[in-house]
Design a binder for this molecule. Structure first.
Ligand SMILES: Nc1nc2c(ncn2[C@@H]2O[C@H](COP(=O)(O)OP(=O)(O)OP(=O)(O)O)[C@@H](O)[C@H]2O)c(=O)[nH]1
Ligand SMILES: [Mg+2]
Length: 423
């Protein structure tokens, strides 16, 4: 199977926990903090690999988790950073944030890489947390959680020329004649179910051709196989529009041409601005000449290549023309990644650092800042607990709770944690 769209959840590694330790050495009087910092959590990195052609490897990996940084240790020893998790994808892969649709990266070169989710920083040990007013803190931070996001990974194959047209017009036959590819050819519609690529070698160089599944009316709205594969045309430099000029199925070739153009334009107007050549196939059929004459009357200014793919007749000229066009057409930038989204930890930047809702007698506090603070607090000493409470007060949470009418003994919830409110 050909996979060109996959949804995955990525979660970078959590930072290692900071350590709480105290000096206890011979001849040195006890005292002074001695706990090191945790190491950074591993990033999740996507990198392109020329050898891959589909996203099948990602298909069974619904969640990708990064590695956790090592914890800090006593004697002020810092934990090691975790190694990154590297995911290989084919060239032509686009990565989007699944929730906002923002483009994270568009990878078009071999070995190009992007950090999709950043690992959390290590928690500070009590050496780093010491201040003038608290020179020997008896708490340490836990590691910061790694960035977590849902992403949509899409593949648009990289080809110089895309063969488009109605089903059974002979696209796969053309590819088989001009390139090294061996696509399936048959007289029924939708013989080609996923794009085939082939390399065409010419005197001036070479280029890559994609043979795409047939398009029909409504393709841009998802009829037939259409929509699913139109995106592959977005990256081709040139469109080679194939028409059954023999009208084997008693269709009107000019109408066919118009329908396909309309579908391309409705999918993306950019497709209509790409250089296009028209290939009139099935020259060996009796109605060919009549149809071609009528077709040319409607499009008098266009060069039309008359061929019989089947008999390998007229293809040489098509190849030479395409090669010149490929050499003279610049690569198009599909996504402007210079305006890439700013990478922020957690999905939404809220104006208020927290939000409180009351449910029965419990006050539920949510919000990125509070949750992160909570996740980085190790509630193993009273001092750590007070520090946490203090920070909540500074954020204005106590005031807000009071305003909402909280009473001594009411329950306050943050994530999966509950505690009683005391004044
Ligand atoms: N008479 C004639 N038949 C041809 C010619 N080229 C292709 N065919 C026939 O047309 C039919 C369809 O050819 P394909 O190459 O499979 O067509 P396609 O456009 O790839 O079709 P889909 O993959 O279904 O979209 C096959 O039976 C071919 O043998 C030609 O030049 N002359
Ligand atoms: Mg085909």
């Amino acid at each position: 199977m050909f996979y060109d769209e996959v949804l995955v959840e990525v979660e970078a590694g959590r930072g290692g926990d900071g350590c709480m330790a105290f000096r206890r050495e011979k001849y040195i009087p006890m005292g002074g903090p001695f706990g090191g910092n945790g190491g950074k959590g591993g990033d999740i990195i996507f990198v392109t690999d020329n050898g891959l052609k589909t996203l099948i490897d990602l298909r069974y990996q619904k969640i990708i988790k990064g590695k956790t940084g090592a914890n800090g240790e006593g004697k002020n020893k810092n934990g090691a950073g975790a190694p990154d998790t590297i995911i290989k994808v084919p060239v032509g892969t686009t990565i989007k944030d699944a929730e906002t649709g923002a483009i994270i990266a568009d990878l078009t070169k071999n070995e190009e890489e992007v950090i999709v989710a950043y690992g959390g920083r290590g928690g500070r040990g009590n050496v780093s947390l010491a201040t003038r007013s608290n020179p020997c803190p008896s708490y340490a931070e836990r590691g910061e959680p790694g960035e977590k996001r849902k992403i949509k990974v899409e593949l648009r194959m990289l080809a110089d020329v895309g063969l488009v047209g109605m089903p059974s017009v002979g696209k796969s036959t053309i590819l088989s004649m001009i390139s090294n590819a061996n696509p399936k050819i048959a007289s029924y519609h939708f013989t080609t179910l996923s794009p085939n690529l082939g390399v065409v070698v010419t005197k001036k160089g070479s280029f890559v051709v994609a043979d795409l599944p047939g398009l029909i009316e409504g393709a841009s709205e998802g009829v037939g196989l259409g929509h699913k594969f139109l995106k592959h045309v977005e990256r081709t430099k040139i469109i080679a529009h194939v028409i059954d000029m023999g009208a084997e199925e008693n269709r009107d070739p000019y109408e066919d041409y118009q329908i396909i153009r309309k579908e391309l334009g409705e999918f993306s107007p950019k497709l209509l601005n790409k250089p296009e050549i028209i290939i009139a196939n099935k020259k060996d059929l009796p109605n060919f000449n009549d149809n071609l004459t009528k077709f040319k009357e409607k499009l008098p200014d266009r060069q039309i290549f008359a061929i019989s793919a089947f008999n390998n007749d007229g293809l040489e000229e098509v190849i030479n023309n395409l090669q010149d066009l490929v050499l003279n057409t610049k690569d198009e930038v599909l996504f402007d990644t210079s305006v890439q989204e700013k990478h922020v930890l957690y999905k939404f930047k809220q104006e208020k650092p927290f939000n409180i809702v009351k449910e029965n007698n419990a006050y539920i506090i949510t919000g990125d800042q509070v949750e992160k603070l909570f996740q980085m607090t190790n509630f193993n000493t009273d001092e750590a607990y007070y520090r946490f409470a203090n920070k909540l007060r500074h954020m204005g949470i106590d005031d807000e709770l009071e305003k909402m009418g909280i009473q001594e003994g009411d329950i306050v919830k943050i994530m999966d944690y509950e505690f009683e409110y005391t004044k």
